[in-house]
Design a protein. Structure first.
Length: 423
């Protein structure tokens, strides 16, 4: 992958200034939008630009990558999903212009800041925002399959969080691609250790991952390395009826919810609205008061105002888009569910939660991904001249309208799909 730092692309619009993260198939840069003049002496508008190397020269080679772009565009108007403003391709690369979120990812905030420890309203606010983002995705038949703190970005104050990285997302409500995601967060039916499942519900797999994220927020650790019988912590959960009632000072309300989420019968798990109501009704996430820093004000009011899923009157627009994604544009039968690599837009350090480190995203149907990576993992960055690349780049860049975060804009999605050869 060339070193794009200092490159000015898109007809002089974006200047790539800092490498934020890199992986086997792509990199993410902090960029400034030169077309938006500084306001009152402030800096230019900042963006995060993800550059993905195409998986191959043929359209069929890049089906997974093009699906990531189209599905992210479809859901990106929700206030708790990272905005995708623009997408274009040139030669061997796709470029995704996204919202820049300066507060880092949720994994780092949990492990480093310890700001969630004992802070009921912060935990409540953040988890409800995550629930709302995932509910919006499911309402549009988009299933993330890689929900984890590394793929959730935070504002500087952590008052707002944003779901990111749709590299493993699918429109399939039922999948036969096992081992897809990150091991700490996969449901047992997705892992399919004993081979007893022919397929699994992608929505219920996301519900399971949300339960693990709740454990992360409240305890600062993972409940287990993986939901496998050879995992000692998971085995203890299976054999101890009151597992979550007896550990980590969890309140009875939280313990009860977790036991429901981690039901081995996937269809017995609570719905996202049910989880939301339970979380809003909890007096505390802990049995005993936990010493914490000064509370963050007004979280209760902010949660009340979080916009829920907004859909057009009727379901025609959603059905039309879903049909277009599944049949005309992507053709589920033609899109092999393989993991071609995922990359968080904000990097993270290799800290360890007590029961294990942050997870890499994988899929058993393809090569394992190295997952999100930090610049530290790429100390010897390639310094390839990009003069020729930059001089020709503006010839192929195709602008897209910036979406508003309220309702589905079918014209925006259709334009993006057309510019990427999906329409």
């Amino acid at each position: 992958m060339p070193d794009f730092r200092g490159s000015i692309i898109h007809g002089g619009r974006y200047k790539l200034v800092e490498l934020l993260g890199s992986g086997a198939f792509g990199v993410v840069y902090r960029a400034i939008d030169m077309h938006v003049p500084p306001f009152a002496g402030r800096v230019h508008m900042q963006r995060a630009i993800k550059i993905i190397r195409k998986a191959g020269p043929l359209k069929s080679d890049t089906a997974r990558q093009r699906q990531e772009i189209s599905l992210h565009s479809l859901v990106s108007k929700h206030p708790n999903i990272l905005s995708l403003y623009d997408a274009f391709e040139y030669k061997d690369f796709y470029f995704l212009v996204m919202e820049f979120v300066p507060g880092g990812d949720l994994y780092t905030r949990i492990v480093d800041g310890q700001e969630f420890h004992g802070n009921d309203e912060l935990v409540r606010s953040v988890f409800v925002q995550i629930l709302d983002a995932v509910e919006a995705c499911h309402a549009m038949n988009v299933y993330h399959r890689d929900l984890k703190p590394e793929n959730i970005l935070c504002s500087t104050t952590c008052r707002k969080v944003y779901l990111a990285d749709f590299g493993l997302a699918t429109t399939r409500a039922v999948s036969g691609t096992f081992g897809c995601g990150s091991s700490h967060y996969m449901s047992p039916e997705c892992i399919n250790e004993s081979g007893q499942f022919d397929c699994y519900s992608t929505a219920q797999n996301d519900i399971w991952a949300l339960g693990v994220i709740l454990v992360n927020l409240v305890t600062g650790c993972n409940p287990w390395q993986a939901a496998r019988n050879d995992d000692l912590c998971y085995e203890e959960f299976l054999t101890t009826e009151a597992h979550f009632y007896d550990r980590d000072n969890l309140s009875d309300g939280v313990a009860e919810l977790l036991h429901k989420i981690f039901d081995l019968n996937a269809h017995a798990r609570p719905t996202i609205p049910e989880m939301r109501r339970t979380i809003m009704g909890l007096r505390s996430f802990w049995k005993k008061p936990v010493k914490t820093a000064a509370p963050i004000e007004a979280f209760e009011a902010e949660i009340e105002e979080v916009p829920r899923v907004k859909l057009p009157k009727g379901t025609e627009a959603v059905d039309e888009l879903t049909h277009a994604l599944r049949v005309a544009n992507l053709g589920d039968a033609d899109v092999e569910e393989v993991d071609l690599g995922t990359l968080s837009t904000i990097s993270y350090d290799e800290h360890k939660m007590p029961s294990g480190s942050s997870s890499a995203s994988t899929s058993t149907s393809g090569d394992d991904s190295a997952g999100p990576a930090t610049p530290d993992k790429n100390a010897d960055e390639p310094h390839v001249s990009t003069a020729d690349f930059a001089s020709e780049l503006d010839k192929a860049l195709l602008p897209l309208a910036t979406p508003a975060k309220d309702t589905i804009d079918t014209q925006h999605v259709s334009a993006l799909l057309g510019r990427l050869g999906l329409a």
